[in-house]
Design a binder for this molecule. Sequence first.
Ligand SMILES: Cc1cc2nc3c(=O)[nH]c(=O)nc-3n(C[C@H](O)[C@H](O)[C@H](O)COP(=O)(O)OP(=O)(O)OC[C@H]3O[C@@H](n4cnc5c(N)ncnc54)[C@H](O)[C@@H]3O)c2cc1C
Length: 417
Amino acid sequence: MIQTRPAGANWSGNHRYRAAETLLPADLDELATAISDAGSVRVQATRHTFNDVGDTDGALVSLERMPVAIDVAAEHVRVEGLVTFAQLAPVLEAEGRALHNLGSLPHISVAGATATGTHGSGVLNGNLSSAVTAVEIMDATGAIERFDRAHAWFPAAALSLGALGVVTAVELRTEPTYLVTAQVYTGISWEAIAGDPDRVLSCARSVSVFTTWGDPDDDLVWVKASDGDESDAVLRGLGGEPLRGPLHLGRIRTVNNTTALGTAGPWHTRLPHFRADALPSDGDEIQSEYFVPLASAREALTAVRAIAPSFTDQLLVSELRTVASDDLWLSPAFERDVLAVHFTWRNDTPGVREALPRVEAALAPFDVRPHWGKAFTLSGSDVRATLPRADDFSAVVRAADPDGVFRNAFLERTLGL
Ligand SMILES: Cc1cc2nc3c(=O)[nH]c(=O)nc-3n(C[C@H](O)[C@H](O)[C@H](O)COP(=O)(O)OP(=O)(O)OC[C@H]3O[C@@H](n4cnc5c(N)ncnc54)[C@H](O)[C@@H]3O)c2cc1C
């Protein structure tokens, strides 16, 4: 008998799962049984999404009771089961290895993050899906297939939204471990940031700009620098100074939960904003994020700033990051370097749903793509219009899952699946 628990809600509580229960298979045989018994299945991982991408009217499955494995090989690591970056990073570090980047928090699952194109920042850093070298996926018949870069379906399987089946293992590219020094700068004017976004966003290995689109006291630049980065000189040259006093991200008060500033430390202790041993962000929030070509950054920022008074009541903070281009068919950075324009909103669904179309209209001239795991109201046809390989992705999904066992309302709405 497969164990169950209540399905509950996502991390921030803005989405209550439609399924009443989550199935908790204990091994691959039970996982295959759970899939074959259900007409429709989605995986619930660490639940850090803000929409119904991971929901279903059928059965929810979690891998949380299944065995976990982390195998570090020469230049890659294979993780099996429900593994978070917080679990993975220290194991890699102990072997002298590292990932190229991390998102703002390490509490998320490797499978869930890579399934949705989760990213950190850095003009040379692709999103976390771009580090995938292979995935192993259980299909509706219970068979497991490995998709590596040589497989024709790899560009769909590495960032799949869970539409091909249950990802049982992920392999990621690694590199030798490295040190990072983080610093937060204040005093850089919006004109200096938006006038030449490339100058600020490319001054270090990873750069995040925080803003509330008006109050200069909320404009911060958080850099994560490698040896040789010239961020300190560049940002001081723009009037910046290292933060003195407590760190506030717009209207989010950090409470001894952020990573260290001013000293060098291993990559995984500096690249996320939030520490693995602390609760991240605000919690009582909804997030959205939009991706536009980096080449249009200046115009896109000007367009959002012009309409900001229409949404700032709902806003806790915005963050601007960069993601390097990749070749994954559903990636927000598919074949283009992008500026990521992020919004952390108050946890007020009606208010956020009013604000989103205004932001989306402002960014529409820039061929805007949404973050798959965050709130958006763009129509499916608008989303597909910006992704030249969306139809190829859908063809792979139909071939891999002919009965639509892993499809849901989100995939139907956004991809017409
Ligand atoms: C506080 C906070 C900070 C965040 N910071 C960032 C950030 O810095 N950058 C960024 O890009 N995003 C960020 N996000 C968004 C988040 O990282 C993504 O939405 C990510 O998808 C969450 O993964 P999850 O496993 O927690 O979510 P889940 O909702 O559990 O899973 C995500 C999706 O993947 C599918 N999935 C998960 N596991 C499997 C599997 N084994 N097989 C098949 N399908 C699977 C699920 O069905 C779902 O569709 C943040 C979210 C929060 C709450």
